[in-house]
Design a protein around this ligand. Sequence first.
Ligand SMILES: C[S@@+](CC[C@H](N)C(=O)[O-])C[C@H]1O[C@@H](n2cnc3c(N)ncnc32)[C@H](O)[C@@H]1O
Length: 484
Amino acid sequence: MEEEESKNLEKLVKWAANLGITDSSSSTTNQNPCLSSSSSCLSHTLSVSNFPENGGRGLSALRDLIKGDLILRVPKPALMTRQHLMEHDHKLFLALHNHPSLSSTQVFTVCLLYEVGKGRSSWWYTYLVNLPRSYDVLAGFGEFEKQALQVDDAIWAAEKAVSKAELEWKEAKKLMEELKLKPQLVSFRAWIWASATVSSRTMHIEWDDAGCLCPVGDLFNYAAPGEEPKGFEDVKGLADDSRSLLTDGWFEEDVNSYCFYARENYKKGEQVLLSYGTYTNLELLEHYGFLLNENPNDKVFVSLEPNMYSSSSWPKDSQYIHQNGKPSFALLSALRLWATPPHQRRSVGYLAYSGCQLSADNEISVMKWISNKCHAILKNLPTSIDEDILLLSTINKIQDYSTLNELEKVLLAFGSEACTFLEASGLQSRKNGGELLVSRKTKLLIERWKLAVQWRLGYKRTLADCISYCDDISSSLSRRNYGL
Ligand SMILES: C[S@@+](CC[C@H](N)C(=O)[O-])C[C@H]1O[C@@H](n2cnc3c(N)ncnc32)[C@H](O)[C@@H]1O
């Protein structure tokens, strides 16, 4: 961490402690936090640390933690909400009343930019200077990064994210001008930053669907909820309320605070992670600007023919391939019915809907259909898995380069996509002792390119694993039934 960054973090921790943000497990408020010798520690439970391979800045355990332990409490007055910002600024309050058609998140995004515009005089300054300077969410993808996703559905999702952001920005511009925001805060770039802050850092609250920004609570990095959040439902009798068991933090009226609980046991020094909910990798990229190599909630959708969808009543979004290559329950069930002659579907429907195989022949034709489909998709994509692996290792290498000469040498030797990158980056540079340094903008572009390649590689690996899975099943059925 840079020196300035760590100083800002120290100030944040002190500021948070003064507001009663505490990681003490005691339920009484106004502990005396920040007694720890280390300035990035809250006091008893958590410390701000860096996890380069796992989300960057995050929170580590200062002691062994037990699943279900209360690990952080953030009192309501320390939560940044639209209501809080409006109540403390009459000009903002009046201006917002003239724009009732803006959505709650558009309003919160404007509020955030307005607060940033106050600079040091903002009550939130210590919090705001610790926000990331940029995000890699899909809405910030340019043409090059969008195309690097390669898969139509993903390119379409990125295009939709960009056009949604543009539309929301245009709609909110009048309000921002009325509030006399500085031109750089009215820019589309600033909008992407603020809306990504809102989408990637806000926590759910009952009284405002824009959510709240939760100092310190928003330093938890993400771990996907497991398939079965077993056991957690027993913690503190929470099973019967509407709080999603897929998240580990919520607002509690009785203590007037946002409370966070350990989702599993942690050893001292380990990173404490939070589940923000269930997301595929494309959704993580869209809302948070990162993805997981291992994501139990990732899904690959393959397009089916209309008569395949209509042969069963499974919703389209339940028919997909899991990250490990296994077809989903609904996809198998739908295809088993589709591969059954229409006049027999009624009589075997109950078996198909309960997840049973219908016959060896039926199963083999389903497996062959899926396998062929995956082959066809892979064949139509511009690069293979091996090429993507090689490209990814090259991108990892160039991320460490500081001069454009080094970067260009490697990329020019690489091939067409790398050359397109060089064009797209415009080689933003500045002279320094005769060397052209890689600019911050180019580094961000490399990071987004890497995410796009990681995403498409994950997609292709899932298809390849699905081919192996289906081929194994059809050959073992053929052997067993026909001695082939
Ligand atoms: C709520 S913040 C978490 C704290 C954040 N690392 C920070 O420095 O402020 C969410 C952001 O952290 C990053 N992040 C969280 N979990 C991650 C993970 N498992 N892998 C990579 N990045 C992650 C993403 O940039 C995401 O948008």
